[in-house]
Write a protein that binds this ligand. Structure first.
Ligand code: GLC
Length: 479
């Protein structure tokens, strides 16, 4: 059992090391990026682009991790448990029945919690909300006919319906995060999924009750696949239009047809033709190295890819991508994790993603009653205030056409460039390799800025003091 903990630590360390490497590598030029080999699906490019349009323009979404683990709040039997909080069942080695028994009385959603989330998301400037319909613990937030391990049986409510309705009422697109890993279902066969995450592929291990009485009682992949298909079918049939299916997740050895992915995706697309899906039925992280390179990307495996906890130095060149990120160090609620990122960091991450052509999916981990931690509320409000003033430099923008700049980031909309100034340069000048005449002004307030030329270089003079200490946006247009 100790092995689980050390592998979990290894996995977390690996992901954080990757994240750090990405951050360090961030200012590097775009020159190192390589576009992946994209294997086309049968859908035409025009149809694909039309389906992706709202998602590409949205740029910013809110992720919500909420389930029974929220009640544990990062503690088991009174003691804090290391690792990300929604993994507590595995990290604390709790047998599935015991976990369900202890968590059940703690999971008490307050009335109207979903409206609070949705309002908060809209006020933050997010355009979509993706929430955990089922995380690895296996607890379904909807009213599922194929299990009693669901919200209907635990709370007599359909929490998916409440959340979907609330999100729609605030004008948000709706996404379901759905885990293919399931630590509760008695037939789920992968006892030691973590092993599959080590760099080398490992053979699948089947569980037998004799080996490990705490885990699946009768490993049966076919039975589990049928269950997975049935639950997802309920989700895409009973709640109106679902805009995103955010699968989680695969590793070499348990991927694709392990989940009957082709059938699963076809079933979803038939019922929700406009839906956008990530490619985690086939993969885990969304890139092959911290620079953001992908060797190949198969459109039939999903519409976009999902770097986690980091924005790759070059984005993920050549494919649609979305970076998901926590505000502290955990996805699910953990009362002990006070390692909050600053609002400045989060706004700059959002802009960083946009400047590389990607979306940013920022996470909250509400408590078991649905309340959002105050630290998250505060940050979302501050992001919202910034987006209110500067949103046009993020929404519907495309990646910077320029090499990386030292003072901030650049986003584009047609001929217009938005210069996001994070740090004032020493001499107060921004130098850009741009030809032709350009006019520059501050996005907030519209004061015009002087431009001049140094040969091939365009020079923009910043005001003596940057009006926005987090990110002052300069609009640059052809004059
Ligand atoms: C992972 C983790 C998980 C989290 C997710 C978010 O795959 O297992 O806990 O939900 O990433 O991207």
């Amino acid at each position: 059992m100790q092995r689980f903990a050390s592998i979990a630590r290894f996995r977390i360390a690996l992901r954080y090391l990757t994240a750090c490497a990405c951050l360090l590598a961030a200012p590097l030029s775009m020159a190192t990026s390589t576009a992946p080999t994209v294997v086309a699906s049968t859908e035409s490019k025009a149809a694909f682009d039309a389906r992706m349009q709202w998602w590409r323009e949205a740029r910013f979404g809110l992720f919500v991790h909420w389930g029974l683990y929220s009640g544990a709040a990062g503690r088991w039997n009174g003691r804090p448990v290391a690792g990300t909080a929604e993994w507590i069942q595995r990290n604390a080695h709790v047998p599935a029945d015991e976990y369900a028994r202890q968590m059940r009385p703690l999971f008490r959603p307050k009335p109207g919690f979903a409206r609070e989330w949705a309002r908060l998301a809209r006020q933050a400037g997010a355009k979509y909300l993706v929430f955990t319909s089922k995380h690895h613990e296996g607890f379904a937030l909807h009213d599922s006919a194929v299990t009693t391990f669901d919200a209907k049986d635990f709370t007599d409510r359909d929490l998916v319906k409440e959340i979907v309705d609330a999100a729609r009422a605030e004008g948000l697109k709706v996404g379901l995060y759905h885990s293919v890993i399931d630590w509760h279902h008695p037939a789920y066969p992968y006892r030691d999924f973590l092993k599959l995450e080590q760099p080398l592929p490992h053979p699948l291990e089947k569980t037998t009750p004799a080996e490990d009485p705490g885990y699946p009682q009768r490993a049966d992949l076919k039975e589990y696949q049928d269950y997975l298909q049935a639950q997802v079918r309920e989700l895409v049939e009973h709640y109106g239009p679902i805009d995103i299916l955010w699968w989680d997740y695969s590793n070499p050895g348990a991927e694709g047809e392990t989940w009957r992915a082709r059938e699963l995706m076809a079933m979803v697309r038939e019922r929700q033709p406009g839906i956008v899906m990530n490619n985690r039925l086939y993969r885990s992280l969304g890139y092959d190295d911290p620079q953001g390179s992908l060797k190949w990307f198969d459109r039939a495996h999903g519409d976009f890819t999902t770097p986690e906890q980091a924005i790759p130095a070059n984005g993920v060149v050549g494919v649609d991508w979305e970076a998901c990120m926590t505000m502290n160090d955990t996805w699910g609620y953990n009362a002990h994790d006070r390692h909050w990122k600053s609002t400045a960091t989060l706004i700059r991450d959002l802009v960083d993603a946009a400047s590389k052509g990607g979306n940013f999916l920022l996470n909250i981990g509400p408590q078991a009653d649905g309340s959002v931690p105050q630290a998250s509320v505060l940050r979302l409000r501050q992001i919202g205030a910034w987006m209110q003033r500067n949103g046009e430099s993020v929404y519907a923008t495309t990646a910077s056409p320029l090499d990386a700049v030292g003072w901030g980031r650049v986003t584009a909309r047609g001929e217009r460039l938005y210069l996001h100034v994070f740090e004032r340069t020493k001499d107060g000048m921004l130098r850009l390799p741009l030809s032709g005449k350009r006019s520059a002004k501050l996005l907030q307030g519209g004061a015009s800025l002087e431009t001049s030329r140094e040969g091939e270089t365009l020079v923009v003079a910043l005001p003596a003091e940057l009006p926005d200490a987090i990110d002052t946006v300069v609009v640059l247009d052809p004059a």
